[in-house]
Ligand binder design. Structure first.
Ligand SMILES: [Ca+2]
Ligand SMILES: [Ca+2]
Length: 100
């Protein structure tokens, strides 16, 4: 049985491939694939943003400017999200999810 952190890593990888394989290059997220991933897998985050912010986010994530988000660009984004979560939980330690 994998530990929660191992499971989290597996989810990060499998979530990418679940969306990247829908159209075009199956190892990269197109703008539509990225949008679907954000809306369905990060609803708390994407629910607070609008179309213009999403477009801006996509431009920022696409660091090599090929109009697609590859795995490295995706994990860089998740690392940023993890840092935002870390800042949040330092300010509100009582909101930290409890592991069994
Ligand atoms: Ca794709
Ligand atoms: Ca790219």
């Amino acid at each position: 049985m994998a530990s929660p952190l191992e499971q989290a890593l597996a989810v990060m990888v499998s979530t990418f491939h679940m969306y990247s394989g829908k159209e075009g290059d199956k190892y990269k997220l197109s703008k539509q694939e990225l949008k679907d991933l954000l809306m369905k897998e990060l609803p708390t985050f994407s629910g607070q943003t609008n179309e213009a912010n999403l477009q801006q986010l996509m431009r920022h994530l696409d660091s090599n400017s090929d109009s697609e988000v590859d795995f490295q660009e995706y994990v860089t984004f998740l690392a940023c999200m993890a840092m935002i979560c870390n800042d949040f939980f330092q300010d509100y330690p009582d909101k930290m999810p409890r592991m069994k």
